[in-house]
Design a protein around this ligand. Structure first.
Ligand code: GN1
Ligand code: MG
Length: 432
């Protein structure tokens, strides 16, 4: 066992003792904690990050040996926004003073039971998207082959995949400028458009019933009943919220079952930070995270993006007075999404978009709360009660959306009229 491994284990034990053994740290959480503790003393951040990251650096070096990537790893940073996989931006030195970067990602095998099949899905989808891509569209994510000719690597360090870093790209956890949301809406709408004729029976269902809101809520009630960690008694008010909204929350699932809403090949995780944006122009460069591309509902893709990008706060905001739906951001996103997708969405689908935003927000809140009650097994947490904070924030956001539902629906209808009149939008650099 390496020195850093031992150091990390002892350090984690100490932190667990300080936190009363309630919080069992994962390998990388330690880095964020350190950064948190020292976040007023910037000069320390980097030093401590490098110190704590030494073990990860060794792992990345071992994984890189499976690829024909020239040069030596000199530096890496970890992305903190994903809750499931572990993602690193890794810098290689060419030896002549120049560098190139790759994104290394370790797939979470607790969540994704069969990552090989996921990578098969990804290959099919990306090939298909490439065949549809026009000069106005974003880049298509590409995973490089390893020395065995596979787009993934299974080794002692886990299940990994590697993609070239897209120059000047950045993923934002919050959209501050409503204007850039038009492009984000367009990118996700166009993603659906490009895949609208993809034969969906070819896709492996990476997480069965992923957006089956009824099953998600039923599971929450079940886990609250079992109460494996004794936390359920502290969240009675939240559980009551889900009981009250149950009949609304399951509406889209039933509409789909009755054949009123079509299943489409959808992205299913349309967070704003799943679009890489250009650092300078804030325009979309690439839609990423294709792990959950499966048959689903357009309203959920629209809704999940709205939930994240049109919120007035971050996803885990603890000051609930700051949490709500920003109508201006919502309007811009909706215009972009409708512009790209109005050609193929059915009338019923359009009519359920605003409701989709409410339902997916309720669904995610239920997933965060169920995971909190279950002992934080699914979503990575970075502080105690993190999943509870996330659940409360999403409940507050859903409540604000319910209050604004009429306006939200009207904005969808106005966007439909707008693009009926002006015709299809073709330049993704347009922001109004
Ligand atoms: C998870 O890891 P990330 O951030 O890409 C989750 C999504 C949630 C999201 C909430 C496979 O996505 O469903 O909406 O967190 N992904 C999976 O932030 O469960
Ligand atoms: Mg994801």
């Amino acid at each position: 066992m390496s020195f850093w491994r031992k150091f990390n284990i002892i350090f984690k034990l100490l932190i667990d003792i300080v936190y009363g053994c309630r919080w069992h740290l994962q390998d990388t959480d330690i880095i964020y904690m350190y950064i948190d503790i020292y976040n007023t003393k910037n000069f320390l951040k980097r030093g401590i990050f490098m110190l704590m990251g030494s073990e990860t650096l060794e792992i990345l070096k071992r994984v890189s040996k499976h690829y024909d990537i020239p040069g030596e790893i000199v530096e890496f940073t970890q992305f903190t926004s994903g809750h499931i996989n572990y993602t690193y931006n890794v810098r290689f030195a060419n030896g002549d003073g120049t560098y190139h970067n790759y994104i290394f990602q370790k797939v979470n095998e607790y969540v994704f039971k069969d990552p090989v099949k996921i990578m098969r899905n990804v290959k099919q989808i990306t090939l298909y998207l490439k065949s549809k891509k026009t000069e106005y569209d974003c880049d298509i994510i590409h995973f490089i082959d390893n020395k065995l000719g596979k787009n993934y690597t299974v080794c002692e360090e886990g299940f990994w995949r590697v993609s070239p870093y897209i120059k000047n790209s950045v993923a934002y956890d919050k959209a501050d400028d409503p204007k850039v949301l038009f492009s984000a809406g367009y990118a996700f709408g166009r993603f659906l458009d490009m895949l609208s004729e993809f034969p969906m029976e070819r896709l492996y269902e990476t997480i069965p019933d992923f957006h089956n809101t009824k099953k998600r809520l039923d599971y929450l009630f079940e886990v609250a009943e079992e109460d494996p960690t004794g936390r359920a008694k502290e969240v009675k008010a939240e559980i009551k919220f889900f009981e009250d909204i149950y009949s609304t929350a399951i509406k889209l699932v039933y509409m789909q079952k009755r054949g009123e809403l079509p299943l489409r090949v959808t992205h299913n995780d349309t967070k704003y930070n799943n679009i890489l944006m250009d650092k300078d122009t804030c325009q979309p460069l690439c839609v990423i995270d294709l792990d959950t591309v499966m048959p689903g509902l357009a309203a959920y893709d629209f809704g999940d993006a709205v939930r994240f990008a049109a919120s007035t706060a971050v996803e885990d905001e603890t000051d609930l007075s700051k949490v709500g739906l920003d109508i201006e951001k919502y309007t811009e996103f909706t215009k972009g999404f409708i512009n790209a997708s109005k050609g193929f969405l059915t009338k019923k689908e359009v009519d359920t978009l605003a409701l989709g935003a409410i339902i997916i927000t309720v669904e995610l809140a239920s997933r965060f709360l169920a995971d909190h009650i279950n002992g934080d097994k699914y979503f990575r947490i970075h502080r105690p009660n993190h999943n509870l904070d996330r659940a409360r924030c999403q409940i507050k956001l859903a409540q604000d959306m319910i209050a604004k539902y009429e306006t939200m629906h009207e904005i969808v209808e106005n966007s439909m009229k707008l693009y009926n009149r002006t015709g299809a939008f073709k330049d993704r650099h347009f922001t109004e």
